[in-house]
Design a protein around this ligand. Structure first.
Ligand code: GLN
Length: 289
C-alpha cells in the first residue's frame, strides 16, 4: 500500500485533468487500479483525513493516464476492466466496452418476466464481455441462459467473467453467428435479447478514435444502414422463439420506428419502442404472436 496525503492526491488529480481527459475516467483509474473507490474519493472532500491508501503509487497511475491521453486508448482497456450495473467485467479490444445506456435492457427483461416463476430459457446474441447474459443469469438463478458470440476471444472473456461470479451454473457460452449455434433450441427460447452492431457506416467512420481504433468493428458496424444485423436477428427469431416468446433489441438513437416495423413485418405483436435514461427510443421489444 502507498500512503498519499489528501492534498497531494487532489492536486495530482487537478494536474492530470489539465493534461486532458475527463474526471469520470480519472476516477475510474483511481478506483480500478488505485483501489480508491468513488465513494471514498467523495468522502475525502468532507473528511479531514490526512492520508489515503493506494494500491499503486501516483507515478504508476500517471503513466497509465498519459497513455490514455496520448494514444486515446480507452481507460477500461488500460485497466483491463469495466464496471456495468453491479458487475466488474474483464474487457479488452476484443469486446465492446459495455455502455451505461445498455444497463436498462436488464430491467426491461426483468419487468417483462416478473410474473413468471417457472424456469425460462433465454439467449443473449453477440454477448461480447458477457454483460447482459451474466446480469440476467445472476439475477435469476432459476433461469437457463445461452450466450453466443461469433468471436471465440469474446466467448473466452465472457466465460471468464462468468466464472468469476458466485453461483455460476445457469449460463452456457457458445461460439457462432447469431442464432446459428442454437440449432438444438428451435422453438424453445422464451426470451432472446441482444445489443447487436447497429451503427450505420457513415456514422461509424466519424466515431472518435478511442472507439474506432480500439473497439471491435464487428461489434459496432451494422452495414450501410446500420440495420443489417437487426434484420437478420428478427427474421430468424420466429424459428427459435417459443409461441409468445419475447425479443428485446437495443438500437441506434434514431432507429426505433424502423426496428418496430421490422418486428411487425416478421409476425411480432405488442411491439414497443422503449426509452433509455436520456429519453432516446433505445430498445425495441416484441412478442412472437
Ligand atoms: N452504443 C454503442 C456506441 O454508441 C454502439 C453499440 C452497438 O453498436 N451495439 O458506441
Amino acid at each position: 500500500m502507498f500512503n498519499v496525503s489528501t492534498q497531494k492526491l487532489l492536486s495530482w488529480k487537478k494536474k492530470q485533468l489539465l493534461i486532458g481527459g475527463d474526471v469520470q475516467s480519472l476516477n475510474f483509474l483511481l478506483d480500478s487500479v488505485g483501489g480508491l473507490s468513488n465513494k471514498k474519493l467523495n468522502l475525502i472532500k468532507f473528511k479531514s483525513e490526512q492520508n489515503i491508501k493506494l494500491k499503486v503509487n501516483l507515478e504508476y497511475l500517471e503513466i497509465l493516464w498519459d497513455k490514455h491521453i496520448s494514444s486515446s486508448i480507452p481507460i477500461q482497456h488500460l485497466c483491463g476492466l469495466a464496471f456495468w450495473r453491479d458487475l466488474r467485467l474483464e474487457v479488452s479490444n476484443k469486446v465492446l466496452i459495455p455502455r451505461p445506456e445498455t444497463e436498462l435492457i436488464i430491467d426491461i427483461a426483468l419487468e417483462t418476466f416478473k410474473d413468471r416463476y417457472e424456469r425460462i430459457t433465454f439467449v443473449d446474441l453477440g454477448t461480447g464481455s458477457g454483460a447482459i447474459s451474466i446480469a440476467l443469469a445472476l439475477k435469476n438463478p432459476q433461469w437457463f441462459g445461452i450466450a453466443t458470440d461469433i468471436d471465440k476471444n469474446a466467448i473466452e472473456i465472457a466465460s471468464r467473467n462468468y466464472a468469476n461470479c458466485p453461483n455460476n451454473s445457469n449460463l452456457k457460452f457458445i461460439c457462432g453467428h447469431w442464432w446459428e449455434p442454437l440449432k438444438n433450441f428451435e422453438g424453445e427460447i422464451d426470451l432472446a435479447i441482444s445489443n447487436p452492431p447497429y451503427i450505420p457506416r457513415e456514422t461509424y467512420e466519424k466515431l472518435p478514435t478511442e472507439v474506432k481504433k480500439y473497439e471491435p468493428k464487428t461489434a459496432l458496424l451494422g452495414g450501410e444502414s446500420g440495420l443489417d444485423h437487426i434484420q437478420e436477428i428478427v427474421k430468424k427469431a420466429p424459428i427459435f422463439l417459443r409461441e409468445k416468446g419475447f425479443l428485446i433489441l437495443e438500437n441506434h438513437f434514431n432507429q426505433g420506428d424502423k426496428v418496430k416495423n421490422i418486428f411487425l413485418e416478421n409476425g411480432f405483436t405488442l411491439v414497443k419502442v422503449l426509452q433509455d435514461f436520456s429519453g432516446i427510443g433505445r430498445f425495441t421489444i416484441g412478442r412472437y404472436k
